[in-house]
Design a protein around this ligand. Structure first.
Ligand SMILES: [Zn+2]
Length: 113
């Protein structure tokens, strides 16, 4: 069982929760969590901080631990943000290419004159 906070595999069973779910203890960050945690909604600022930290080179595991957000959640935020950034770059590339193409066409016209 992977720790929901830091992503570590060093977890051990730790009794049952009130809802009779298996509880685990992470030996890495010493947090207790249950299997299949309910999806929680996190405020936008946490997401922004996580992405900012990741851009600065902070590891996902460290971000998850310091913001107390599950590892998988942080990873999904960063993945979504990465895809957005790629789309932005692709869009810019296309705009640039069409501009240079137009200019090239214009130059060609001049050589014929
Ligand atoms: Zn952990």
């Amino acid at each position: 069982m992977r720790c929901v906070y830091c992503g570590s595999q060093r977890t051990v069973k730790n009794g049952k929760s009130n809802q009779r779910k298996q509880r685990y203890l992470c030996k890495e960050c010493e947090r207790i969590f249950v299997e299949n945690p309910e999806r929680r909604h996190y405020p936008d600022y946490l997401k922004k901080i996580a992405i900012r930290l990741h851009t600065d080179g902070v590891e996902i595991a460290v971000i998850a631990r310091s913001l107390e957000v599950p590892y998988e959640t942080v990873r999904s935020w960063i993945r979504a943000e990465g895809e957005k950034a790629i789309k932005k770059i692709e869009g810019r590339k296309k705009a640039f290419q069409s501009k240079t193409f137009k200019r090239a066409g214009l130059d060609e016209m001049w050589t014929y004159v």
